[in-house]
Design a protein around this ligand. Structure first.
Ligand code: GAP
Length: 465
């Protein structure tokens, strides 16, 4: 790829991040204190988009399916959970330090970057010590394994007996509740449990804004199956995950599914397919689909000494169910949705006025996910414009997130709404008082329609619900 093409795509990330800051989607955490590295807060519009993504996921995968139920488990769990799951021992990343500048790096990332360099000889095994520090060219140490779990203390005494961990994946809470769910909900295999929640990893390197952070959110499903049917169910989940990506607006050409092999497989997985997205900073993991066998339930059965077997009500066969796990990051969903939605229109969108010739930006976020659904824009700050605008807000705000904007020319107000991805703008204009109709403008087509104030609920019900 040419240097200018590279600059252009990195620019896209920079331009998007600047828009997200300017328009209240994402802020640096604790900014007034200089910020905390790789920690982000979701602003007023960011939280709406994030909640809409979570709501849509919950609806598609939990409430719309009779073979699924939901759960909201605690973040801090009994420390034995992580001993049993293998995280205490195996949840590590390879770490190297620079002997000169003391910076830390993930060895696997450095090796991967080296292997992508032109002229790299794939036949020759590469040693990490042959790679210089990317920051200062100093010498790197040998690789050590670094456990990614955040450790803290429970209660008032800071001693070994009170050590607990912030969960590194939400999955753990589902496995330890397997028996509770089967007993209380009378679920029959195959069935799944979905959960959305925070997870924490003390990542060695954090990068690319919300792509890799130490505190993030996951939407995970543990889908319990008979061992004979795991392949069939795995294929079904591959299809469902692709549908989900489409729903977010991810173009087919930007999504790659990759079979994970050998050392790259997580310690609990027998098969994993990564869903990789072509981010401006490289093709990287968006989601993962893993076949975890009956590893987790078996481990928890052994460590807890509780019987976690399932008895088939028809055949009376007893077995420990196997698990298919579609695991989705909320923050990466948010980023991919916005990267897909980010659109620049050279020369402006308006075809009716010759005066607007700047480049305009719009977010073509799928309507269902847009943070603000409708913006109400009275053309005058006088009555009866304002009163009519308030009446419209009253009619619609129970069903939709509404913005009210009375500042600036109508063109500027449309541009502001396009920039945050608002699907519809309602203009209360100079004819409204006479015909009790308003102008509704569609974000994508810019088509304008006159709609009666009393018909607005019905008009949007067919377009937004
Ligand atoms: N339970 C399986 C599991 O946690 P994972 O591949 O380690 O698998 C699943 O994580 C998803 O969580 C990833 O595909 C990604 O979307 C998200 N994720 C993982 N680490 C993350 C991080 N440090 N920052 C943001 N998202 C992360």
């Amino acid at each position: 790829m040419s240097k200018s093409a590279k600059q252009e795509i990195n620019n896209k990330m920079e331009k998007l991040m600047s828009l997200l800051k300017r328009r209240g989607f994402i802020f640096q955490s604790s900014e007034i204190y200089g910020g905390l590295q790789a920690s982000y807060d979701y602003g007023p519009l960011g939280v709406e988009l994030k909640n809409n993504i979570k709501k849509a996921w919950w609806k598609k995968f939990v409430t719309n399916r009779i073979d699924m139920v939901g759960l909201d488990a605690a973040i801090i769990m009994h420390p034995k959970t992580w001993e049993a799951s293998g995280h205490l021992q195996n949840f590590t990343d390879p770490l190297v330090d620079c002997k000169k500048c003391k910076r830390r790096f993930r060895a696997d990332h450095l090796l991967e970057a080296k292997s992508l360099e032109p002229g790299y000889d794939k036949e020759k095994p590469l040693q990490i010590t042959e790679i210089p520090c990317p920051e200062c060219e100093g010498q790197l140490t040998d690789i050590r394994q670094f456990n990614l779990m955040f450790k803290t203390f429970m209660g008032s005494v800071e001693e070994d007996a009170s050590v607990v961990y912030l969960r590194p994946e939400t999955a753990g809470g589902i496995f330890v509740n397997f028996k509770n769910v089967v007993d209380t909900m009378r679920m029959r295999v195959p069935f799944g449990v979905g959960q959305i929640g925070k997870a924490f990893r003390n990542e060695i390197t954090v990068e690319n804004s919300i792509f890799r952070t130490r505190e993030f959110e996951q939407m995970e499903i543990e889908y319990f199956v008979h061992p004979d049917e795991w392949q069939e169910k795995f294929e079904e989940w591959l299809v469902s995950m692709k549908e989900w990506c489409q729903f977010l607006g991810i173009r087919e050409e930007n999504l790659v599914t990759r079979e994970i092999e050998g050392d790259e497989l997580a310690f609990y997985s027998q098969r994993t397919v990564d869903f990789e997205y072509k981010f401006p900073f490289g093709q990287k993991e968006l989601y993962g689909l893993a076949y975890r066998t009956n590893y987790d339930l078996t481990q928890h059965q052994n460590f807890s000494r509780q019987n976690l077997e399932y008895t088939d009500p028809d055949t009376k066969e007893k077995y420990i169910p196997h698990v298919i796990e579609p695991s989705l990051g909320v923050d990466r969903s948010f980023l991919a949705t916005l990267l897909e939605a980010y659109t620049e229109v050279d020369g402006g969108r308006s075809t009716t006025t010759k005066s607007i010739k700047d480049m305009e930006v719009m977010l073509k976020i799928p309507y269902e996910l847009a943070p603000v659904k409708i913006s109400v824009l009275p053309l005058s700050k006088k009555e009866p414009f304002l009163q009519t605008a308030q009446e419209i807000i009253k009619r619609l705000s129970n069903d939709y997130n509404i913005q009210y904007d009375i500042t600036g020319s109508i063109g500027k107000r449309y541009r502001r709404q396009d920039e945050i991805g608002t699907p519809f703008c309602i203009t209360v204009d100079f004819d409204t008082d006479e015909d009790n109709k308003v102008t509704v403008r569609d974000r994508d087509t810019m088509k304008q329609e006159r709609v009666g104030v009393e018909e607005l609920e019905q008009y949007f019900a067919s377009r937004l619900k």
